[in-house]
Ligand binder design. Structure first.
Ligand SMILES: [Zn+2]
Ligand SMILES: [Zn+2]
Length: 109
């Protein structure tokens, strides 16, 4: 999460249906819509991912890429695709696509 918490106003133009559904869900979860947007923008600027092996949460901006497989290396256990079987690597790859769809692009690499 980012440093000083000074707030600023943000005016957005979004699809009416999208915002109506989002507000409904936000209400159910009791989170203000501005918090949801803020969280997403925070994620966009500095996506944090969980290591598939040890579960450590780390910033993809700071993570190093493995020169061999091109995946982010976990700063804690140093795991990357190299230690995975083909089957597991494919599963992890597809799960990461959720982030990539959200960010309209690859998380990193
Ligand atoms: Zn790890
Ligand atoms: Zn690797």
């Amino acid at each position: 999460m980012s440093t000083p918490k000074s707030k600023t106003k943000l005016t957005l133009t979004v699809d009416k249906n999208v915002i109506e559904k989002a507000k409904e869900v936000a209400n159910q979860k009791r989170v203000p819509i501005s918090r949801v947007v803020e969280n997403f923008l925070d994620f966009l600027a500095d996506p944090e991912v969980y290591c598939f092996k040890c579960g450590e949460k780390f910033s993809s901006v700071e993570a190093e890429l493995c020169p061999k497989c091109g995946w982010m290396i976990c700063p804690k256990c140093k795991a990357c695709r190299c230690g995975l079987s083909e089957e597991t690597a494919i599963a992890v790859f597809h799960m990461r696509r959720v982030y990539e769809d959200l960010l309209s692009g690859r998380v990193k690499g």
